[in-house]
Ligand binder design. Structure first.
Ligand SMILES: Nc1nc2c(ncn2[C@@H]2O[C@H](COP(=O)(O)OP(=O)(O)O)[C@@H](O)[C@H]2O)c(=O)[nH]1
Ligand SMILES: [Mg+2]
Ligand SMILES: [Zn+2]
Length: 321
């Protein structure tokens, strides 16, 4: 009789359709397949898995998905796409160039709020001074926005120049990343690979090999990967593609105000409990929308309010499934 095989605990460090790569507590990595037909695991998941019986190849099997602390995802018309589970924060990396989409930024922040995950914004390429000044100004409403009325906490926006001030920025970033698992999101060209390479020299190449083997040579940024910063394996970065089509179909229109702190701050004072903040009499949000700059009374930027309206329409129309 074969020996009973032991269940081991592991961390999903990348996920590739039919397979996941599982890391054990000693740091070794194993390709595993799920018991069922569909691979339900995402990067950051903790699982129980076991090695194959002797003589049955190398691939282990995932036996059980352990409970998740959180799950960060986007959802478009065709599919649900999870980014990662059990993360501590989301770092949204945008840059002076290419010009970032405020709508995508707002969507990522809403998704983070909805999942109760702390967002952190970084604006890269401060060496491109003119473009940077413009982008910094566009981020004004985000730097001003009060996230928590009781503590007056704001979104943090870090200015960076990863190619010019690499070492200084590394130190600044580490203050925010140390001991946490951070999902890095951002549009193409913002400097995500530069950041990963700066903090984890050589990691991208190493992960690239296993990704290439499992994805038959597809470019590595098509999958989400977990990287440890340093030997102690306490600080992690999760690199993920998919910022461009950031669907929020998993949310109801009525969830939006709660996930947009500048709008949500006034929503409880509306005359109607189900106010959409788009046209109702007695709406407490609309008087705070700024026509020009922000001031003490006008705390919601016209752009943010327009994005709210667009998202409200989009989520109202979506056929739910
Ligand atoms: N001027 C400038 N260029 C940068 C900076 N950081 C990254 N880049 C460049 O921006 C381009 C895109 O960077 P990359 O890391 O590949 O972006 P990704 O698409 O987000 O992974 C590369 O040519 C980088 O060298 C920066 O701080 N300043
Ligand atoms: Mg890249
Ligand atoms: Zn209202």
């Amino acid at each position: 009789m074969a020996e009973p095989r032991t269940l081991r605990e592991g961390l999903v460090v990348s996920s590739h359709g039919r397979h996941s790569v599982i890391e054990t507590t000693d740091g070794s990595r194993h390709i595993c397949h799920p018991r069922g037909k569909k691979n339900q695991t995402v990067v950051g998941d903790r699982v129980q898995w076991q090695l194959p019986p002797a003589g049955q190849g190398e691939e282990g099997s995932i036996e059980k998905l352990l409970p998740r602390r959180n799950l960060f995802y986007r959802q478009d018309e065709v599919r649900t796409k999870s980014f990662a589970a059990n993360i501590d924060q989301v770092l949204i990396l945008i840059a002076a160039e290419p010009v970032f989409s405020e709508s995508q930024l707002a969507r990522a922040l809403i998704a983070a709020e909805a999942a109760h995950i702390k967002p952190l914004i970084a604006l890269n390429k401060s060496d491109l001074s003119q473009a940077f000044a413009q982008a910094w100004q566009r981020l004004g409403p985000y730097r001003e926005m009060c996230l928590d009325q009781s503590t007056e906490a704001h979104y943090e926006v870090l200015p960076l120049s990863l190619t010019r001030d690499g070492e200084a920025d590394k130190a600044l970033l580490m203050q925010h990343l140390k001991g946490k698992a951070t999902l890095v999101l951002g549009p193409s060209g913002s400097g995500k690979s530069t950041l990963i390479n700066l903090l984890i020299p050589g990691a991208a190449a190493a992960t690239g090999e296993i990704s290439q083997a499992l994805n038959s040579g597809k470019h590595t940024t098509t999958t989400t990967s977990w990287y440890w910063v340093g030997e102690e394996r306490q600080t992690a970065l999760i690199d993920s593609p998919g910022f461009q089509e950031f669907g929020l179909r998993h949310l109801q229109p009525a969830d939006l105000a709660r996930c947009m702190p500048d709008i949500g701050a006034h929503a409880q004072d509306c005359k109607f409990y189900n106010c959409t903040h788009l046209h109702e009499p007695g709406c407490a949000v609309m008087p705070h929308v700024a026509v020009e700059g922000l001031d003490a009374q006008h705390t919601i930027s016209a752009h943010r309010y327009r994005i709210y309206g667009e998202l409200f329409d989009e989520l109202s129309q979506s056929p739910r499934y």
